[in-house]
Design a binder for this molecule. Structure first.
Ligand code: ADP
Length: 291
């Protein structure tokens, strides 16, 4: 607040009061996230490409490797993480002073809008300011504690939710985006906008994951490019970002998601599991996350 400002006690009509509230909220948020070393924001321009699957598996793999891990699902309108971590019946706990405790599953501290609404099947009908408020609340009031990795699952596109997350995560932590695409050109056009979004915000990009990249027949071992190929390479060239890995289509990835068990936590010995492991190693090695 400027030194010249004279308080007349009428906070409701004073722009300085709003500024002061914002300053206090920013300060609390930074304090609350002070123990978080790295944040990976999983983005995509398109729904259904496997963004939540990649986010859930990254988090599960970090936790399996003994890293302190959190998973924040800010996909307000389609919070898949609740299903993928088998948390449909989980209940949140909070203290009277507003601290919210994340739910623990597969060694990961999980927070999602899906945990905060009473009926997981109900449609969440919120406009921008409401979504922004809830995401800020998750960053400011959830007891994340000390974390090596906070994985954030953002909804598809470049709207309020990814914008709030990327603009709000403090620069003091190592932050970066993992952008998920499928191999076809139609997907690349949409995912390109997510990379342009990061460019515009000067938000660091760790790299691109190509999901549903071919299908390896479990009987003959032959590989088929179901959705053609090449999206990740063309995006990587256009935005000068590395390809972190290519995950094949595997019915077990889908089945494990439906069963509430992230694939990486099941540690199956398959080409898809090996591909997830490559992605995890590439994210860990990314200079963007060096602390
Ligand atoms: P998004 O978050 O991009 O909307 P999801 O992660 O919810 O996408 O994935 C959409 C569906 O595709 C889910 O049922 C998921 O289990 C399935 N899926 C994702 N990746 C794969 C894969 N590599 N092989 C098979 N199924 C997959």
């Amino acid at each position: 607040m400027s030194e010249e400002h004279q308080c007349n006690g009428d906070c409701g009509h004073c722009s300085h009061a709003a500024e002061e509230r914002q300053r206090i909220s920013d300060c609390k948020l930074r304090q609350n996230l002070a123990g978080v070393k790295r944040a990976v924001v999983v983005l995509s321009g398109k729904g259904g490409v496997g963004k939540s699957t990649v986010a859930a598996n990254l988090a599960a793999a970090f936790a399996r490797a003994g890293k302190k891990t959190g998973l924040l699902d800010v996909d307000v309108h389609g919070p898949s993480v609740v299903e993928m971590f088998g948390l449909r019946d989980a209940a949140l706990e909070a203290t009277e002073d507003g601290t919210i405790f994340p739910v623990e599953a597969h060694g990961v501290k999980v927070m999602s809008v899906g945990l905060a609404v009473p009926d997981p099947d109900a449609a969440v009908v919120w406009r921008g300011p409401m979504k922004i408020g809830v995401i800020r609340q998750f960053l400011e009031q959830v007891a994340w504690g000390e974390l090596d990795w906070l994985v954030v699952d953002a909804p598809p596109g470049t709207g309020d939710e990814p914008l709030t997350v990327c603009q709000t995560l403090p620069e003091a932590m190592a932050r970066g985006a993992v952008v998920v695409t499928t191999p076809q050109r139609v997907a690349a056009a949409d995912v390109s906008r997510s990379l342009a979004f990061c460019d515009q915000l000067a938000f660091p990009v760790a790299g691109i994951v190509e999901n549903m990249a071919g299908f390896v027949c479990p009987h003959c071992g032959e590989r088929f490019d179901v959705f053609s190929a090449g999206a990740a390479d063309s995006l990587a060239a256009k935005y000068d970002a590395p390809v972190l890995g290519r995950i094949p289509l595997d019915p077990r990835v889908c089945a494990s998601g439906d069963a509430g068990e992230p694939f990486a936590a099941a540690a199956a010995d398959t080409p898809a599991a090996a591909a997830f492991a490559d992605v995890v190693a590439a994210v860990e090695a990314s200079p963007v996350f060096r602390t």
